[in-house]
Design a protein around this ligand. Structure first.
Ligand SMILES: [Zn+2]
Ligand SMILES: [Zn+2]
Length: 130
């Protein structure tokens, strides 16, 4: 019974996260998951996210504020909006950078690139224009 409930909660967290590309924090995920699983607690959401990150199903992003989560696990860089904190995916190949880092530092084990750019999201760029 406990396992069944855990599976349902876990599936709901993963579905919510996969339905968005806005890289939400745990509070937003909790708010959305509660619509599907009203009995879920914030603690369970945190534990579920931790487990999903450990298993490589979800990426945790540390952008200064609360940890953000990304269900899109292929390596890809982000842009963090300096005005509203939005995190956007960039369509940029980073595999070449990993190779470059490996040949520049053969003494290190370079595994992947976590790249974040800073700038403005489209909404903030527009509101600065007007
Ligand atoms: Zn913004
Ligand atoms: Zn992303």
């Amino acid at each position: 019974m406990a396992i069944k409930r855990f599976t349902r909660q876990r599936r709901a967290v993963l579905e919510v996260l996969r339905s968005t590309r806005r890289h939400p924090d745990a509070a937003w995920i909790y708010h959305e998951v509660k619509k599907r699983v009203p009995s879920i607690s914030l603690g369970t959401v945190y534990r579920t996210l931790d487990a999903l990150v450990r298993e490589g199903m979800v990426i945790a992003l540390h952008t200064g504020g609360p940890t953000r989560y990304d269900a899109f696990t292929e390596p890809h860089p982000h842009l963090v909006c300096r005005r509203c904190g939005a995190v956007l995916d960039l369509d940029l190949e980073v595999g070449g950078l990993v190779e470059a880092a490996r040949s520049a530092h053969p003494e290190l084990v370079v595994e992947r690139a976590w790249l974040a750019f800073e700038g403005l999201c489209p909404d903030c760029a527009r509101s600065l224009e007007s």
